[in-house]
Design a protein around this ligand. Structure first.
Ligand SMILES: *[C@@H]1O[C@H](CO)[C@@H](O)[C@H](O)[C@H]1NC(C)=O
Ligand SMILES: *[C@@H]1O[C@H](CO)[C@@H](O)[C@H](O)[C@H]1NC(C)=O
Ligand SMILES: *[C@@H]1O[C@H](CO)[C@@H](O)[C@H](O)[C@H]1NC(C)=O
Ligand SMILES: *[C@@H]1O[C@H](CO)[C@@H](O)[C@H](O)[C@H]1NC(C)=O
Ligand SMILES: *[C@@H]1O[C@H](CO)[C@@H](O)[C@H](O)[C@H]1NC(C)=O
Ligand SMILES: *[C@@H]1O[C@H](CO)[C@@H](O)[C@H](O)[C@H]1NC(C)=O
Ligand SMILES: *[C@@H]1O[C@H](CO)[C@@H](O)[C@H](O)[C@H]1NC(C)=O
Ligand SMILES: *[C@@H]1O[C@H](CO)[C@@H](O)[C@H](O)[C@H]1NC(C)=O
Ligand SMILES: *[C@@H]1O[C@H](CO)[C@@H](O)[C@H](O)[C@H]1NC(C)=O
Ligand SMILES: *[C@@H]1O[C@H](CO)[C@@H](O)[C@H](O)[C@H]1NC(C)=O
Ligand SMILES: *[C@@H]1O[C@H](CO)[C@@H](O)[C@H](O)[C@H]1NC(C)=O
Length: 723
């Protein structure tokens, strides 16, 4: 199965971390205060006029209404958000905190006149315009926090003059240009946070001069080129994130040599090369390794289990190959091992030792090994994995064997993916113990036996994929309890009996219900109208009988309805034409009789209407949808007449073209025509009947017709008709 659920969001931007660390470290920096005498400037009226200029650029300033020069009863040092020096520099502004006040407008260049400013926090507003280069005059500035605004333009290189800067936070703006190389000269900088901007160019090599830096956060920009090897010189660096950029080349070896580094986030770039074999011995502090969605190749480093602090190994969607380190279970803090969609191998039984050793990771919560090249029997030690597991994925590997009853131990599991393998045996009833399960995919295996009714105990289930197996017996009535279900795929099995009416209790179904290619009998329950939010319903290729219930017209959201290849009879309900969003309607290969509802002309979104190979009679409508012969087929209904010329059907009686002439001649002509028609249609009927038997009800003019599901949800339907 293919789905693109993004498994990384939970570990995505680590900005919470920087916030945490900053709030812990910030205070001591604001304690010491520079002396005014050192600068020679004393005038406090200049700070007043700078503040007034700042206010004048902000809009609306209701939140700053008490910033008022004409009211001398409040000195500006007591204005909200303004902090002045206390001992050495009374009357000089040292901190300006106007964060989260809903301010719009821009940052006045006169801010550069507040030369005693040490902390500037204007974050969480909607400030626009550019950052004034005059910020470079603030030589005492320690904190520059302007994140979460709409600031544009370049980051001024003059910031390099603020040699006291300790933190630069400009994340979540619209800053463009490049990272000024001059910033590498800031000797005290500890935090550089520029995430989610539009910054391009390369990462300047000069950042390797930031000898105090602990955090570099460049997530979500347009940075290109390689990661500069000079960053490996940063001996205090704890955290580097360059996720979601366009970086290329190999991760420099020097980066893997940093004993201080705890967090390495490089996902969603085009980084290539291999991970060095000894990285687990050199990155001794590493806790999180995230490099998903790159083109990394080669084996997972044999030494990785030596990086004893590791909690997360998140490397899906790369080209890693070879076997996994057999002693990976040494990582006692490991909580997430995500290696989905690589080329990792297990051929011999020794190659599976890693799996057994993972049983030692008692904090393991995510284990995703889907879509690799793991081969062999499903290890029996699967039941010894941590019961803390919330995500277990092994699907898309060449694994055989049966699902052990012990699977019921994983009571915290939210997602179980054992699809697209060669699993045999039954679906164990113990699956019903996994009460927290949201997604169960066991599709495309060779599972057999009766579908256990205990599956109906999984009341949190949202997606159920059991299709493409050999499951037998009836659909358990207990499935009606799955009140969170949005997708249910039981297609391509050997399920028999009636469609339980309880299934229509699943009003939560939104994306699709697929029961096609089974052996289901009996009627389509009249309660089918309760699928009020369902987009796609496929019950094709079963043995359903009876009439199509007219209540189906109540499925107002339905876009795809497949009922072909059953034994449905009676007439096509007129109510189908109230499915105004319907795009694909396939009723072919049934025993439907009566007329084509004239109201079908109104189905304006139809891209594919197939009513061929039934027993329909009378006139084919020729307006609306029926004007375009490319979107519908009525073949194999030998009693139909009329319709547009392109169908080449006989004109309907009573619609004969009238010609001049005497009544006698006219009636003679019409008798001749009628007899000819009768003979012709007999011939046509026997021909079609013959063909129908030999061709087994295949729509003749469909070349191909594919449905693919994006994100395991919305259908992409492509229908091509023969020219
Ligand atoms: C800021 O300082 C500059 C240069 O010293 C001066 O020209 C300007 O008038 C000052 N701005 C305000 C608002 O005082
Ligand atoms: C000055 O501000 C104080 C406090 O907000 C207010 O009570 C007073 O009326 C204001 N005076 C003038 C002249 O606006
Ligand atoms: C800036 O202000 C915001 C909003 O009040 C606050 O959450 C944040 O901690 C401040 N940042 C610093 C570095 O002081
Ligand atoms: C930055 O410092 C340099 C050299 O000390 C000086 O020439 C330049 O004018 C300064 N820029 C600002 C904006 O203060
Ligand atoms: C800063 O880094 C660059 C490039 O790595 C280097 O050429 C330069 O000499 C460094 N400057 C200082 C002052 O260390
Ligand atoms: C790694 O660090 C060691 C010692 O700290 C040093 O000798 C070695 O050159 C470094 N290797 C790289 C590739 O930077
Ligand atoms: C892991 O660390 C141990 C002890 O430091 C060392 O002996 C061993 O060689 C390392 N393993 C690998 C694969 O480098
Ligand atoms: C896992 O634990 C078992 C028993 O506690 C031990 O024998 C085994 O060596 C451990 N495996 C690893 C890879 O740490
Ligand atoms: C694995 O689990 C089974 C069943 O719970 C248990 O009998 C067995 O001792 C476990 N094996 C290890 C190595 O813990
Ligand atoms: C499912 O629920 C029923 C009724 O609550 C209970 O009898 C049965 O044991 C449950 N089955 C499983 C496998 O949990
Ligand atoms: C339903 O399942 C069948 C068989 O698995 C598949 O061919 C068909 O495309 C599915 N229907 C839809 C609407 O996806």
């Amino acid at each position: 199965m293919s789905f693109f659920f993004d498994p990384f969001v939970t570990f995505g931007s680590p900005s919470w971390l920087s916030t945490l660390i900053t709030s812990a470290l910030i205070v001591p920096f604001l304690l010491s205060e520079p002396a005014a005498s050192a600068t020679g400037v004393t005038s406090d009226t200049s700070d007043l006029s700078a503040l007034l200029s700042i206010r004048a650029h902000l809009n609306p300033f209701t939140s700053l209404s008490s910033w008022d020069s004409h009211n001398s009863s409040i000195p500006f040092c007591q204005w909200p958000g303004v902090t002045c020096g206390s001992r050495k520099n009374p009357g000089r502004v040292t901190a300006l905190n106007l964060a989260n006040l809903g301010l719009t407008g821009s940052v006045s260049s006169d801010i550069g006149n507040l030369t005693f400013l040490r902390s500037l926090n204007l974050s969480f507003n909607n400030l626009q315009g550019q950052l004034p280069p005059e910020l470079g005059r603030l030589s005492h500035l320690e904190l520059l926090v302007l994140s979460q605004n709409s600031l544009e333009g370049r980051i001024p290189g003059t910031l390099a003059n603020c040699s006291s800067l300790w933190r630069i936070s400009l994340g979540s703006n619209r800053l463009a240009g490049e990272i000024p190389a001059e910033l590498g000269a800031l000797p005290k900088l500890q935090i550089l946070s520029l995430h989610y901007n539009d910054i391009g160019g390369r990462i300047p090599a000069s950042l390797g001069n930031l000898s105090s830096i602990t955090h570099i956060d460049l997530v979500g920009n347009r940075l290109a080129g390689t990661i500069p090897p000079s960053l490996g010189r940063l001996q205090s660096l704890v955290h580097i994130s360059v996720t979601r950029n366009s970086l290329t080349g190999a991760i420099p070896v020097s980066i893997f040599n940093m004993s201080s580094l705890s967090y390495l986030y490089v996902g969603y770039n085009q980084l290539s090369g291999t991970l060095p074999p000894d990285m687990g011995n050199t990155l001794v502090s590493l806790e999180v390794l995230q490099a998903f969605g790159n083109i990394l190749e080669g084996p997972l480093p044999i030494s990785l289990p030596n990086a004893s602090m590791l909690r997360q190994i998140v490397l899906p969607y790369n080209r890693l190959s070879g076997p996994l380190p057999p002693d990976i279970g040494k990582l006692r803090y490991l909580s997430s091992l995500n290696l989905r969609a690589n080329e990792l191998e297990a051929r011999k039984s020794e190659d599976w030792e890693f799996f057994t050793s993972l049983a030692n990771c008692s904090n393991l919560q995510t284990l995703d090994l889907e879509y690799n090249k793991l081969e062999g029997p499903l290890p029996s030690t699967i039941v010894n994995l941590s019961t803390q597991l919330t995500w277990l994925g092994l699907g898309g590997n060449e694994v055989h064997g049966s699902i052990p009853e012990g699977i019921g131990r994983f009571i915290h599991l939210e997602r179980l993916h054992l699809d697209q393998m060669a699993l045999t045996g039954h679906v164990p009833a113990a699956v019903g113990k996994l009460r927290n399960l949201h997604v169960l995919s066991l599709d495309d295996n060779q599972l057999s036996g009766v579908l256990p009714s205990a599956v109906g105990n999984l009341t949190q289930l949202e997606n159920l994929y059991l299709n493409g197996n050999g499951l037998q017996g009836e659909i358990p009535k207990s499935f009606g309890n799955l009140r969170q279900l949005t997708v249910c795929d039981l297609s391509f099995n050997k399920l028999e009996g009636r469609i339980p009416v309880e299934l229509t209790d699943l009003t939560s179904l939104t994306r699709y219900l697929n029961l096609s290619r089974n052996l289901l009998t009996g009627p389509l329950p009249a309660e089918v109208g309760s699928f009020k939010n369902l987009e796609a319903l496929d019950i094709s290729k079963n043995r359903l009988s009876g009439e199509i219930p007219s209540t189906i017209g109540e499925c107002q959201v339905l876009q795809y309805l497949y009922l072909q290849g059953n034994h449905l009879e009676g007439s096509i309900p007129d109510s189908l034409s109230s499915l105004t969003g319907i795009q694909v309607l396939d009723l072919s290969c049934n025993n439907l009789s009566g007329h084509i509802p004239l109201s079908f002309e109104r189905l304006e979104h139809v891209r594919f209407l197939n009513i061929s190979f039934n027993d329909l009679q009378g006139q084919v409508p020729n307006e609306g949808v029926f004007r375009n012969a490319n979107v519908y087929s009525v073949t194999g209904n030998n009693k139909l007449c009329g319709g547009i010329r392109a169908l080449h059907l006989q004109p309907c009686p009573g619609h004969l073209p009238g010609k001049d002439g005497s009544p006698a001649v006219r009636s003679l002509v019409s008798i001749v025509i009628t007899v000819t028609l009768f003979v012709l249609s007999l011939a046509a009927a026997s021909y079609l009947l013959h063909r129908q038997r030999t061709r087994k009800c295949m729509p003749v003019n469909v070349v191909f017709f594919t449905v693919s599901w994006t994100a395991r949800g919305r259908a992409n339907v492509t229908h091509r008709w023969a020219p």
